[in-house]
Design a protein around this ligand. Structure first.
Ligand code: IVH
Length: 696
């Protein structure tokens, strides 16, 4: 009877398991169970028709009737409630903070361009790698919030933001409230794998966004600047009941991992996503020539304003997954994909004044203070004029009318001056003295620099903000405003002083109270054991960004080793050339830098070396997990293997070094034994890790 209600399913499909679980849950009559199942399937089908296919079959009133009946039965028999019931999308109790979750597969970002010639060069590279024709999947590039969704045995297990690509924030409760996210994968056409990791974009449709803003304005609340901000805020809410009230949608575009299934092409993955019940972006197409890509881009650029969601370009991906594997990835992005972006949206406004900002490296940047203008949904009131040469080339003066754009979505830029008949002000001149400390500036090519590195408080403020920033020490509550206050009050004259701050010092600062003062103090203290790579990045060594910091930390493992390294040793790190090596050497040779670093160490700041890495106990080893694990999730198991220097693969073969077999392991375990591959059970594996000082 139950089978019939669920439709034809192979034995042991998730719903059969669910049914038997519910059936043993405590004497719920069979007819109630049958009705509950029938209602759930019916509601899921209508959810899918409405939210994914956009072709509802029943009226809202009819739907509400089904939903109310299910709720009523679940309220009367709480033991039948399962997490994938359609009633469970309403949100859960608020959280204190979002947990950090490791991705099943790292979420890389995309290399991007706006130049047709770069697209042609990309195509040439692909053809060369393939040794023949290449097929591409073309998709619109959605401008939303990137998410990984993980399904275990067909049920939504977790949802994670991109974060730094390796780890993100767990936003499962929030994502459960999104109606177009299946809580359970559909299995009518295709079975769900035991573990599925997919990627897609959460977004708010423009029509829904307008309605949302209208509601907010009517309620006397602040409207959102654009759909992406609204979506990002909703996805990262601590209270999922708030998320449930935001009209979020989710479009899927990539299968990251489907255990036990191997797709030959991306399109097969796309079809599988569709079969499992996901909504996909409109207009996915195939092409096999550069001109086809350019034509698709042109077509979407024209369609852009007519779509109900924001896109900022198109994505070009190699369809053949084997070719993808051959091409591989850089540390940031896959070599087999390219985002071909649209031209930025531009608007015209007036320059009210030109100010000069001094950054952490002492560079003086001219900034146009603008009459506020809306550019693609964001209010822009200042824009960089870059440097003396750029400023002279554009000849922007106070009072001029200019065209501004948002580049890469963050820093607005002045594109050009608009010719005007009216009288113009005098040309703008960069100052000869630092507007902050009065030191005579130096001119270096197009740049103007304040040389007073350790005396100029503007530079100190910039360095503090950088030191505390997200990829560095990531100190909550230490932004521009606070850094500025700390410096102006004389509380901080170098980064090490942060660690001497008492709650009493902070309490009286504007905007602070007892609690926030203590919060900031403890946020700073907590960072004494910062990762070495973050510490290095936070020092702000010229030319040393996040990736080089990570490479340095992994290679040298100790701060002292890096401080002492000469150019040759530094250049032995892959990716570090003579220029960067030279910058690092002269940075640490500077006595004042050295003293500032020593002061940090004297405050007990202990940069910690990366775990695993070159000395990992699984260095270079290929590990396969099979069966169900009790104490580890698959994602954690994978993360810890990687920390130990190994990689996780899905099938057992002659190159496999270790198989970790959980309960109910089957054919993979047999195969391992056949091949004589070492096998550990979960407990033994955890012991092995513990012996090497690794905690899952
Ligand atoms: S494919 C390895 N396809 O764009 C990356 N990404 O910088 C594979 N994005 O945040 C991603 N629409 O989430 C892909 N149709 C699409 C996309 C898309 C938007 C996002 C992606 C990431 C950013 C890449």
């Amino acid at each position: 009877m139950l089978e019939a209600a669920d439709g034809a399913r192979p034995p042991s499909s998730p719903s059969t398991r669910e049914a038997s679980r519910a059936g043993t849950a405590g004497g719920v009559p069979d007819d109630v169970l049958t009705e509950v199942h029938g209602l759930r399937n019916e509601i899921r089908r209508h959810d899918h028709l409405y939210h994914v296919e956009a072709s509802p079959e029943i009226s809202d009133a009819e739907y509400d009737r089904l939903f109310r009946r299910l709720k009523e039965l679940e309220e009367r028999h709480p033991e039948v409630v399962t997490p994938d019931s359609p009633t469970q999308r309403v949100g859960a109790d608020p959280r204190e903070e979002l947990p950090t979750v490791t991705h099943v597969v790292p979420m890389l970002s995309l290399d991007s361009t706006q130049e047709p010639d770069e697209v042609r060069r990309f195509h040439d590279r692909m053809v060369q790698a393939a040794g023949g024709t290449v097929e591409y999947v073309l998709e619109p590039k959605l401008d939303g919030v990137s998410l990984e969704l993980v399904y275990v045995d067909g049920l939504l297990d977790r949802a994670v933001t991109r974060g730094n690509g390796r780890q993100g924030e767990g936003v499962t409760e929030n994502v459960r409230t999104i109606p177009s996210v299946p809580l359970r994968l559909r299995e009518e056409e295709r079975r769900a794998p035991s573990l599925l990791s997919i990627r897609g974009e959460a977004l708010i449709y423009l029509s829904a966004f307008e309605a949302l803003n209208q509601r907010l304005v009517e309620a006397g609340e602040e409207p959102f600047a654009n759909p992406r901000n609204a979506a990002a805020g909703a996805v990262r809410q601590l209270d999922s009941r708030v998320t449930a009230r935001r009209p979020l949608d989710f479009l899927a575009f990539d299968v990251l991992e489907a255990e036990g299934m191997s797709f030959r092409t991306d399109m097969e993955g796309v079809e599988a996503l569709r079969a499992w019940g996901f909504r996909l972006p409109d207009g996915i197409e195939l092409a096999s020539a550069a001109e086809g890509i350019l034509e698709y881009h042109g077509r979407f650029q024209e369609r852009r304003d007519g779509l109900d969601y924001e896109i900022d370009g198109v994505v070009v991906k190699v369809n053949d997954l084997e070719l993808r594997r051959d091409l591989g990835s850089t540390s940031h992005h896959p070599r087999w994909a390219l985002a071909y972006k649209f031209e930025q949206r531009k608007e015209v406004t007036r320059v009210e004044r030109i100010a000069v900002q001094v950054g952490r490296t002492g560079v003086l940047t001219p900034v146009a203070l603008l009459r506020p203008v809306d550019v693609g949904g964001v209010t822009v009131s200042r824009a960089s004029l870059h440097n003396r040469e750029e400023l002279a080339r554009k000849d922007v003066r106070e009072g001029d009318r200019v065209r501004v754009q948002r580049a890469g979505d963050v820093i607005p830029q002045v594109v050009e001056r608009i010719e005007d008949d009216g009288e113009r002000g005098p040309p703008f001149r960069m100052p000869e003295h630092c507007p902050n400390c009065g030191e005579a500036v130096e001119h270096q090519g197009p740049y103007t620099r304040c040389p007073n590195r350790f005396g100029c408080t503007a530079q100190l403020k910039g360095r503090l903000v950088h030191f505390a920033s997200r990829h560095a020490l990531d100190i909550d509550g230490l932004g521009e405003e606070t850094a500025s206050l700390l410096v102006d009050r004389g509380l901080v004259t170098q980064p090490a002083d942060l660690f001497d701050l008492k709650a009493d010092d902070l309490r009286d600062l504007p905007g602070f109270a007892d609690k926030s003062a203590e919060n900031l103090r403890s946020a700073i203290q907590r960072k004494k054991g910062v990762d070495l790579e973050r510490f290095l990045y936070g020092l702000g060594i010229p030319e040393v960004g996040v990736a080089v910091s990570r490479d340095l930390a992994r290679h040298f493992r100790e701060l002292e080793a890096i401080r002492k390294a000469d150019g040759e040793e530094l250049e032995s790190v892959p990716g570090i050339g003579p220029k960067v090596a030279g910058q690092i050497v002269s940075f640490f040779q500077d006595e004042r830098v050295s003293a500032a670093v020593d002061s940090l160490l004297e405050r007990d700041v202990r940069p910690t070396p990366p775990s695993g890495g070159s000395e990992g106990p699984l260095e270079g080893k290929k590990v396969v997990f099979t069966g169900s694990l009790n104490r580890l999730t698959r994602a954690r198991a994978k993360a810890i293997v990687e920390r130990a220097g190994g990689t996780v693969t899905s099938s057992v073969s002659g190159v496999t070094d270790l198989v970790v077999a959980g309960a109910g392991a089957g054919s993979k375990l047999d195969r391992a034994q056949e091949l004589g591959v070492e096998v550990l059970d979960e407990e033994a594996f955890l012991m092995f890790l513990a012996e090497h000082g690794l905690e899952p």
